[in-house]
Design a protein. Structure first.
Length: 204
């Protein structure tokens, strides 16, 4: 089933969606290589962001998570760095992926997905949307250390089949979110700057 550009299957494997995204992005690489010589680095980075990465990471806060299969994550990483090699004229693959990330100042797939998920969760919490029970449990478990006593649980083991899993084991990126960000009157730009400093490995 396709909903708003995202392919869902009964097991939420995301394989159909990821392979579809990569196929669409790959079809643009040849044109991007031809265009590269006509623009400087910053101009071309804007072009591949709008034409390539916008497609590759569309709705990634939904499908690109810790639950996504490793082989599918590898496909996304490969597609990601193909575009960065075009940006850096590294057609002979002499630069490592770390070097490409540093030179391009572009978030890795993991950094990007964590940033998008964290941004979504903070907006939900601050807007008071969603289930009050779930929101309260999220607030209870937002600690920056793993072994702090009194961490709330997702479900009571007697009532749910999942067991007593703390939400920070399900959403590890929440460890990086500061509790005093929640409920504060941050505008969109200020919130994005805070999150980028937390999750991205380069200065934005």
């Amino acid at each position: 089933m396709k909903v708003l550009g995202v392919y869902f299957d009964s097991k939420l494997t995301w394989e159909k969606h990821i392979r579809h995204n990569i196929s669409k992005c790959s079809s643009k690489l040849a044109v991007l290589r031809k265009l590269r010589r006509n623009f400087n680095s910053e101009q071309f980075k804007s072009i591949i962001t709008s034409q390539y990465f916008s497609q590759l990471y569309y709705c990634s806060e939904v499908w690109l998570s810790q639950a996504t299969k490793a082989n599918l994550k590898n496909l996304i990483r490969t597609a990601h760095y193909k575009a960065l090699r075009v940006l850096q004229f590294d057609f002979e693959k002499k630069k490592t992926r770390s070097e490409l990330t540093k030179l391009s100042k572009r978030a890795t797939p993991t950094e990007w997905s964590q940033y998008m998920q964290a941004n979504l969760v903070i907006k939900c919490l601050n807007s008071q949307s969603g289930s009050r029970y779930l929101r309260d449990k999220l607030r209870e478990t937002l600690f920056t250390t793993r072994r702090k006593p009194g961490i709330g649980k997702f479900f009571n083991n007697a009532k749910g089949k999942i067991g007593k899993q703390s939400i920070q084991n399900r959403l590890k990126f929440m460890d990086a979110i500061q509790t005093d960000w929640l409920g504060t009157e941050l505008n969109d730009d200020a919130r994005r700057r805070l999150l980028k400093k937390t999750f991205f490995s380069y200065e934005t």
